[in-house]
Design a binder for this molecule. Structure first.
Ligand code: HEM
Length: 438
């Protein structure tokens, strides 16, 4: 089921205003699997775990990323997130060792150190006043940016924070604008938005080139040195463009998503004070020596936050060949070039799988962790997020450091903006105090 071509065209303004509202509308009007045409594109909206598993895992080889990712490629080029086939395989193999358990253990120390930097800065401000106000999203972006810089590139990126933040924010807004247009204008047209995008890209490029230059002079065992030294089976080195794309992919994918996830977690905890107290109690235990991996409630809090506000709120694929997928109700033929949109945000709020879907109930992750493809904050199958364990460790370390010591009160009800990631549209203004007793 789905709208006619004409009805679909009439829905375009809704897609532009807020694509999540469009997905909600489609679900209510046509059920969990719907279909529509937009110009010559042929799209299935899929909200069935069984289908999702087929597309991401069982039939993964029959799919590429969808044209949506082509816009993102303007920023991150052909790095791991957007590469396909042999190129993707080669890059995944190259990057995988940086995410092995032993490396993650080393990163833990860096994550703790960087979380302590924020704690010291906040305590300094609280030495003067009873409380202070700040934008939590900006604070978390700065923190996760510093962490990814030190863990993956052994570099202090603090001198770039402001420029990267400004350029990435601008680029992502402009890219989202283009993604939600039915026919985006050619990028060479000198429109103000295009100029802003190109300027931001030039800034990001210059920063990455700086980093590469620095690493060529002082090689270490970081990701950049690894890329600079790597040769493939034919003895070819990685091209400068490929190194640039991979570096930018890791910097972007490695900090934006986690910063958003942390920000939403603080927001949800503030609105659910019983959970906050329980999480803060566990956080204190971690601060006094318990292993963060044993903080089960805190982990459930983070899982539940990723359910309600998944930073990667949608993923899309495009069939490269005509094939069938198997579902319990039979076989479905998927013609070549069909686009499949999977709205993770909506899947995570489907009441068939999540009782009281809009409530923040971390307990649901304590009772049962088997949610299959009704829960996919990190995607699934071969293209599952390479940084998922990195992100979970990072979140647990940061949450324990901050929750044990500070009370974070949100000052507005944020408007979730489904840009490239799901972020609070105007940041997250908060008031911060020392935590008194738990
Ligand atoms: C892929 C989510 C953190 C690097 C993905 C995908 C999702 C995702 C859903 C799959 C996209 C698709 O199938 O189209 C998240 C979330 C994070 C997070 C919610 C934090 C809470 C990270 C971190 C890094 C990272 C910390 C790196 C340090 C990547 C890369 C890919 C990816 C390189 C592409 C993997 C591939 O295609 O082989 N992420 N991510 N992510 N993520 Fe993450």
């Amino acid at each position: 089921p789905g709208p006619s071509r004409l009805q679909a065209l009439r829905l375009v303004p809704m897609i532009r205003r807020n694509p999540i509202h469009f997905f909600q509308h489609m679900l209510q009007a046509y059920g969990p699997i719907s279909h529509f045409h937009i110009l010559r594109e042929h799209v299935y909206l899929v909200q069935e775990p069984e289908w999702i598993e087929q597309i991401l895992v069982a039939r993964a080889k029959s799919y590429h990323k969808s044209p949506l990712y082509r816009e993102l490629q303007r920023v991150i080029g052909n790095g791991l997130l957007t590469a396909e086939d042999e190129q993707w395989k080669k890059e995944r193999r190259l990057l995988q060792p940086a995410f092995h358990a032993k490396r993650l253990q080393l990163y833990g120390d860096i994550m703790r150190e960087e979380a302590e930097v924020v704690c010291r800065r906040w305590f300094d401000r609280l030495a003067r006043d009873e409380y202070f106000e700040t934008d939590l999203l900006a604070e978390m972006m700065e923190l996760t940016f510093a962490i990814v810089g030190r863990c993956l590139f052994q570099a202090d990126l603090s001198r770039y924070t402001e420029r990267v933040k400004h350029s990435l924010d601008t680029a992502l807004v402009e890219i989202t604008e283009r993604i939600t247009q039915l026919i985006p204008p050619p990028i060479w047209l000198p429109l103000p938005g295009h100029r802003r995008l190109l300027r931001s890209l030039a800034t990001l490029d210059a920063i990455v080139q700086d980093l590469i230059k620095e690493r060529m002079q002082n090689p270490t065992d970081d990701m950049l040195s690894l890329m600079l030294q790597s040769v493939d089976e034919q003895g070819n080195a990685m091209s400068a463009k490929q190194i640039r794309d991979e570096t930018l992919t890791l910097i972007l994918a490695g900090h934006e998503t986690t910063a958003n996830a942390l920000t939403w977690t603080f927001y949800l905890l503030d609105k659910n004070r019983d959970s906050l107290l329980q999480a803060a109690r566990e956080a204190s235990k971690v601060q006094t020596g318990a292993d963060f991996r044993e903080a089960n409630f805190l982990r459930a809090v983070f899982d539940e936050s990723l359910r309600l506000f998944p930073p990667a709120w949608e993923i899309e694929r495009r069939a490269t060949v005509t094939h069938t997928i198997q579902t319990s109700s039979g076989e479905v033929l998927i013609p070549e070039n069909t686009n499949i949109a999977m709205c993770i945000y909506m899947m995570h709020r489907d009441e068939r799988f999540w009782p009281e879907p809009h409530r923040f109930l971390p307990e649901r992750f304590l009772e049962d962790r088997r949610h299959g493809f009704a829960y996919l904050p990190f995607g699934g199958g071969p293209r599952i997020c390479i940084g998922n364990q990195f992100a979970i460790n990072e979140a647990m370390i940061i949450l324990s450091a901050l929750l044990a010591r500070f009370d974070v009160q949100t000052l507005v009800d944020p408007d979730p903006a489904p840009l490239v990631t799901l972020r609070p549209r105007k940041g997250m203004p908060v008031r911060i105090r020392k935590r008194k007793s738990i």
